[in-house]
Ligand binder design. Sequence first.
Ligand code: FO1
Length: 312
Amino acid sequence: MVSRDESVVVLAGGVGGSKFLLGLSHVVPPQQITIIGNTGDDMELCGLRICPDLDTIAYTLSGKVDKSQGWGIKHDTFTCLQSLKKFGFPGWFRVGDKDLATHLWRTHLLEKGLGLVEVTARISKTLGIRSTLLPMTEYFTPTRLLTDQGDLYLQEYLVREKMHPRVRKIIYTNIGQSSVPVDVEKAMNTAGMVLLAPSNPFISIGPILEVPKMKSLLKCSNRPVVAISPVVDGKAFKGPAVKMLSELGYPPSALGVAQFLRGVVNCFVLDFKDRCFYEQVKALGMQVKVTNTIMHSTADKIALARSVIEEW
Ligand code: FO1
């Protein structure tokens, strides 16, 4: 268990990661939590830099998120998008008016020469977030999917093509030229525990792990590095994790997630419904905890975070 003054680092994607973080912030003082957010699903739209996962985390932790979708801002309007569509702008990526302000401000600050770490810190402060939210890198490293229907950027695959194409390969564009921000390195070097939130292994956690030096920072001491499976009973709460597991040659289950993370984490959390994988995951060299990982209510989120923190 992390001691009173030790920090917890969480690698997280969007919706699933945010739900877990909400629970964790009831168990660990938010000031002791550093979140390393995926930016592989970032995109540029009308010249604006959009960071969906960073924004989903920030909106969730600040209570602004549209809970029915899991992303975007609640009660947002789409007036700007409607006007853009009249000019012929393809409106498949639905950016709300309030959300747009975040993208405008982020792009403005980036164009002034600030880095994404500083910009994210300023946005988080304005939203009142007490944890530290860091992008995995300052660089633009959009994830590309090679599919049976051509090469697609992640949001094209997720939103425009509704995850139908068959994925053959994932390319973390520009990742080799990127680097870990100094603040990420510091957080990793001092954390008592590192958690991989229940996020898609390939498109949320995968890009973070591929930033040069990230995997060696994860391994820098014998502290717990714990992954919570985003797949339960062969189903993901949201998104294409199970479909991708099978298309990329892994078992379409929590076991497949554990196989993907072999050598990266030393602890793995399975849901009760997947207790049948206990021995197989253990054989991958991980300590295994079996608990309820399905997060419907706030109480579920808190209970999951507590059982992870108290176990290791
Ligand atoms: N998801 C959708 O399914 N449809 C959308 O139109 C959409 C717009 C959008 C705008 C801003 C934002 O921050 C997220 C948005 N998302 C949308 C969610 C996003 O595609 C995914 O949740 C993440 O990229 C995956 O983690």
